[in-house]
Write a new protein. Structure first.
Length: 327
């Protein structure tokens, strides 16, 4: 019968299994002959062929007849060997094909396998002699295990096999977690996040922080808000003399802050007599502006009235002083 032939083949050709000792016949066993060795080799070959046929199946175009013929041949060999006093047990059943193992046996995951049947559950490659990983009772080659079950890097999308860095609710290779702008790995300053991307402090401030209207550098700490922008406190000064506004008030001209003096100077509203800004009543003469009290005769210092003065060498005189000095 088929099962008996497989059992005999398994016992003689199994290389890695341990045969079960059986009682020896009373008569002395004949010494091994060349015929016995040839039977051993033939038995191993037949057993291996039977495993290959079981693995390929009928869909590969292999006719169904060889299987029972092999069993018959194995059965005949078993009978011949038993007449020689040789009896053995199968190495076990293959966890994949459920057939007895008549040849080399592979033990893994607490089961026995035909070596060609112990394969990766994902790619189907044989795992004999190769490192493998177990998941849910199934074996995987190293590459497929990491592709299927290891965390993946948010930058390169490859599996992370060793150290994993977790940031921004994602996993990364440590060497792939760097500034999205300059590409430098983050140091002690850490990183800043914008739209799901990490940036070093320098690039984050340069790209996204508000800029001071005075120096155009990023504003990171205390700031002033004025003239539709933000300023470093030390940068909010008169655009002309660079003095701070001690009184807390300033004058705006073309989007820049000025102290009172330089604002009026820029506007042309400085008294030609005292050099101070003219903010109230103003007298304009000879293209200049004066406080009324500073519109005086250059000789007698008497206050002049507009329309009653005389000009000489870029100076103003009252009528009496002008006649007295120049007529």
């Amino acid at each position: 019968p088929s099962s008996l032939g497989v059992e005999a083949a398994a016992s003689l050709s199994a290389v890695t299994s341990s045969p079960i000792p059986v009682p020896q016949p009373l008569l002395p066993s004949p010494p091994p002959t060349a015929a016995t060795r040839q039977l051993d080799e033939l038995l191993a070959d037949l057993g291996h062929m039977q495993s290959k046929l079981a693995a390929t199946g009928q869909g590969a175009g292999v006719p169904a007849e060889p299987s029972p013929s092999l069993d018959n041949m194995l059965g005949s060999l078993t009978q011949d060997l038993q007449e020689l006093g040789i009896t053995a047990a199968p190495a076990g059943a293959c966890a994949t094909c459920r057939k007895p193992i008549a040849g080399k046996v592979l033990t893994a995951l607490g089961k026995t396998w035909h070596p060609e049947h112990f394969t990766c559950a994902r790619c189907g490659q044989e795992l004999g002699g190769r490192p493998f990983f177990e998941r849910g009772g199934r074996a995987y080659c190293e590459e497929d295990y990491h592709q299927a079950f290891s965390p993946h890097c948010a930058y390169c999308a490859g599996p992370i096999r060793e150290k994993v860095l977790t940031a921004l609710d994602q996993t990364w290779h440590p060497e792939h977690f760097f500034c999205a702008h300059c590409g430098k790995v983050f140091g002690d300053d850490g990183f800043h996040e914008r739209s799901g991307k990490p940036y070093c402090r320098q690039d984050f401030l340069a790209m996204f922080a508000p800029k001071c209207q005075g120096c155009e550098h990023p504003v990171t700490d205390n700031y002033l808000s004025a003239l539709q922008g933000v300023w470093h406190p030390e940068c909010f000064v008169c655009a002309e003399c660079l003095s701070s506004f001690a009184s807390g008030s300033f004058f705006e001209l073309e989007g820049r802050p000025y102290c009172e003096l330089h604002f009026h100077q820029r506007q042309g509203s400085i008294c030609h007599g005292c050099g101070r800004p003219v903010t109230g009543r103003c007298i304009t003469a000879m293209g200049r502006k004066y406080h009324p009290e500073h519109f005086i005769c250059a000789y007698c210092l008497g206050q002049l009235q507009k329309g009653t003065f005389r000009e000489r060498s870029d100076k103003m005189y009252c009528q009496a002083c002008h006649d007295k000095l120049f007529l």
